[in-house]
Structures are given as structure tokens and as C-alpha cells.
Design a protein around this ligand. Structure first.
Ligand SMILES: Cc1cc2nc3c(=O)[nH]c(=O)nc-3n(C[C@H](O)[C@H](O)[C@H](O)COP(=O)(O)O)c2cc1C
Length: 225
């Protein structure tokens, strides 16, 4: 063992030119517990955003969660349904947190913080913006700055007429090329009363899909966090 290192109770104690027990001794973790994955959960303006609180609760059991909401999604999200420790960021936060040169920029901070990005629900509008590289709000700025070697999942939700529209297929193909993983919508009676494909996958399926992906990557020796 290195003269300057002393192992005790799971810690390695580094002694900057000192003897064990001296006041300068500093602990270094030998086997630090792996930290929890950091999930950035985002909602866009589909009526399925009423389930966003539920989704945040599921992910919070397993991961550190921060949330982003578009302006339209706020019509559907009940903020009181979110876990107490989950911060919900909006476009207002993006601008109120920046005053002068040198201040941090929220979308860049969130992009750096997150290991995984999940947009559920993904609206037709935000899908189109992502496919086209547009970035005019907090969420699309995070996406525009995203590192595509990190997992990025989307769960679209829209009326079946929007889902079947030819733009959808084009946009889904574009984001697939970027490496975005699709959690497809399901067929059922939609919130508007129509029956067809376009309903967001259940939050439990979104959660298990992301978690399974993460855990299998870790098992294969890949580093996600
Ligand atoms: C009551 C209501 C429900 C809506 N539901 C959906 C929906 O399920 N999916 C969707 O893509 N757009 C839906 N829209 C339209 C979007 O909210 C609209 O396109 C909005 O601009 C999306 O903004 P965002 O992508 O920035 O969140 C709905 C609009 C209203 C008024």
C-alpha cells in the first residue's frame, strides 16, 4: 500500500505529507456507491400530460428527476401532483435565471446534468420542431444541445388524424436517424372521443422501457452515468 494511503472502514484516507490520525488527513471513498441515474422528464402540449405527475412519481422511485414543461403542457399538468422534490422548469425559468454574461444558461445546465432525456407526452408540434432542429423554448433548446450518445426516449401522444398525417412519418424517421428511441402510441378511445392510434403509452410501460434499457446497458458494461 502506498505510504500516503491508509484504508479504513471502506474509505481510503489520503495523508498529504502527514501521519495517520493527524488533522490534515482527508477521506477518499474507495468504493463510492454508484449515483442514481439522472432523468430529465419533459412534457409537451398533449392532453396526455395529465399523466405527467404519475410518470414523475414512477421515475422518482429509481432515479433523480428534474422536469421540463412547455407552455402548452401547463394547461394539462397539475403541479401539485408532482413529487415534492421534483423541480418543474418552464420557459420563464430559462429567462429569469439569466441576467448578464457569465450567468449559467438553464437549457445547457439541464443538458449537462441529465443522463437520460424522456419526452412524454411528445406533441405533434414538438415532434416537428425536433425533426427540423428548431429551438424556441426551454425543451427544444435542451434537445438541440443534446448529446445523442446518451439515451433519449419519446412517447408521442396525439389525435389519430394527426398521428396518421404524412408529416408524422417524416418527422419520426428524422428523429430515428438522430438515435431517438420511440415508445409508440397505442390504439384506444382518445380523450376527444375518437377511436384510433395516437394515445400515449401507459406511464408504467414508459418507465419500464427506460429502466430496462438503462439496466441492460449497464450490464453490458456500458457507462450510462
Ligand atoms: C385541449 C387540447 C388538447 C390537445 N391535445 C393534443 C394532443 O394530444 N397532441 C398534440 O400533439 N397536440 C395537442 N394539442 C395541440 C397542442 O397543444 C399545440 O399544438 C401546442 O402548440 C403544442 O405546443 P408544445 O409542443 O410546445 O407543447 C391540443 C390542444 C388543445 C387545445
Amino acid at each position: 500500500m502506498n505510504d500516503h494511503l491508509h484504508q479504513s472502514g471502506g474509505c481510503i484516507w489520503a495523508m498529504p505529507g502527514s501521519e495517520p490520525g493527524s488533522p490534515e488527513m482527508e477521506p477518499i471513498q474507495a468504493n463510492p456507491a454508484p449515483r442514481r441515474p439522472r432523468i430529465l422528464l419533459a412534457a409537451s402540449g398533449s392532453v396526455a400530460a395529465i399523466k405527467f405527475g404519475n410518470l414523475c412519481h414512477s421515475f422518482s422511485e429509481w432515479a433523480e428527476v428534474k422536469a421540463v414543461a412547455t407552455r402548452a403542457s401547463l394547461h394539462f399538468i397539475d403541479r401539485t401532483s408532482l413529487p415534492k422534490d421534483v423541480i418543474l422548469y418552464t420557459d420563464e425559468d430559462e429567462w429569469s435565471s439569466w441576467n448578464k454574461m457569465g450567468d449559467s444558461v438553464l437549457h445547457i445546465e439541464l443538458r449537462r446534468w441529465a443522463d437520460i432525456l424522456v419526452i412524454a407526452p411528445l406533441s405533434a408540434n414538438t415532434l416537428g420542431k425536433i425533426a427540423g432542429g428548431l429551438c424556441d423554448n426551454l425543451l427544444t433548446c435542451v434537445v438541440r444541445a443534446w448529446d445523442y450518445s446518451k439515451p433519449f426516449f419519446v412517447a408521442p401522444a396525439m389525435n389519430t388524424l394527426m398521428w396518421k398525417n404524412p408529416f408524422t412519418e417524416r418527422h419520426i424517421m428524422s428523429i430515428d436517424e438522430l438515435g431517438v428511441s420511440l415508445i409508440p402510441p397505442v390504439t384506444k378511445r382518445l380523450a376527444c372521443g375518437d377511436y384510433g392510434n395516437g394515445a400515449m403509452a401507459e406511464p408504467s410501460l414508459i418507465y419500464s422501457t427506460v429502466r430496462l434499457f438503462f439496466e441492460s446497458r449497464v450490464q453490458q458494461g456500458g457507462s450510462v452515468v
